[in-house]
Design a protein around this ligand. Sequence first.
Ligand code: AMP
Ligand code: ZN
Length: 494
Amino acid sequence: MKLFEQQELYIYNSISKTKEKFTSINDSSIGMYVCGPTVYSNVHLGNCRTFLSFDLVFRYLKHLDYKVRYVRNITDAGHLENDADSGEDRIAKKARIEMVEPMEIVQRYTVDFHQTMAKFNALPPSIEPTATGHIIEQIEIIEKIISEGFAYVVNGSVYFDVHKFNETHSYGKLSGRNLEDMVANTRDLATQTDKKNPQDFALWKKAEPVHIMRWSSPWSDGFPGWHLECTAMSTKYLGNHFDIHGGGMDLKFPHHECEIAQSEAALKTNPVNYWMHANMLTLNGKKMAKSTGNNILPHEIFSGDNTILSKAFSPSVAKFFMYQANYRSILDFSNEALLASEKGFNRLMEAYKILSEIAPSEKNEFDSSVWRQSCYNAMNDDFNSPILIAQLFEAVKVINLAKEGKTQLDKENIDVIKKTMHDFIFDVLALEESNANNASDDNKLSDAINILIELRNQARHNKDFSTSDLIRDQLKEVGINLKDGKDGTSFSLN
Ligand code: AMP
Ligand code: ZN
């Protein structure tokens, strides 16, 4: 019997706004598509949160013995500034500024994305298709949409006719908007003269002479609209109708709404059974974003070289911090939150180690089977990682009591706790044990540096500048930089 046959998984479906019992289309196989990054700059921690939320989903589905085909794309063309239908392509803009080929930009940031996700111990998807590798498929979908009467051609560009579509379908059902309200709230932009209506969106854009990312098509030399690539690539690899589609909350409208419209228009089917949306990571209460600069990059966290954190944190600690919140909740990033997560993470990893040192008792006072099922119940309830972590800490309590001889665990129950902790900590949450050692070593190192900072402060207070400069310079020589700020002195490692 497969594990998923023994567990009842519920998924919060953004389209019905309820938790629904999960039933796969093809028995033990699942098709899951997640919108990938637009590779024009380094992924920030907010992007990583969304991808790690879906790594957790992927890993848990696999843990339940499902065969999962996980497709996550790379957006390497068609994503214009401000998510709009006009303006410069984000990748082409970066290439123009740096005077390099657009594909050099794509390569650099795809590599960065892969390396970053590997540091977080995230699994690669089963297929990682690129928009530029699927131009033919995108053109085919446009042809179908035109032949169904839901798109029109103007001056070499093709637009999806949202008003025509809405006469027979429902545009806005995912985001809970309706077309009348959209019309009422739209300011008519003089620049969008090609479109019949401002709500229409581009399927194909004729390239201006300066636009270097261009392909030939029946309508013009140009490039595909951003929403189209995900319809082309998801249906190519998962079929016209598949199980799960995910992305960040900010993609619900217009991106995912347009994907539904494209599939319903071209393929005459609702593409997805379960829509999942991960919520935003914020910094200082505002969404982390590339465009505003309000973000922190993963390598800045791992090295400690930033102005937000008092020290470096390991990838597993940063991930543990994110999993301590439900993927559907907004989460604010801060030094205090990371320090608290690090303590919790170390306590969890230490308890797992101690478990191997506990001598089994004859008697037993902890029902590990009931506890094991509550770990599953947490994940079965829409991948509720904070509840899972709370359950793991129930075991931490028992392990610490058993170590002090204050409760008894027999061999059978120790084995169940060990297997369950191993499954959930290492396979599902995919935290890395080695990080625990590094983290405690890191703690010792940062404590030692803080002692030196304190000695330097005292020297400065006593006007003994030769000693204070000596401390700073010698630390610098071994790769530790001190930074004096208004909140005191912090350090970073080279
Ligand atoms: P992009 O490269 O801009 O297309 O974004 C890649 C993914 O990161 C998308 O699923 C976004 O929804 C997601 N994302 C962007 N900003 C944040 C954030 N602050 N918190 C969580 N996810 C985000
Ligand atoms: Zn997408």
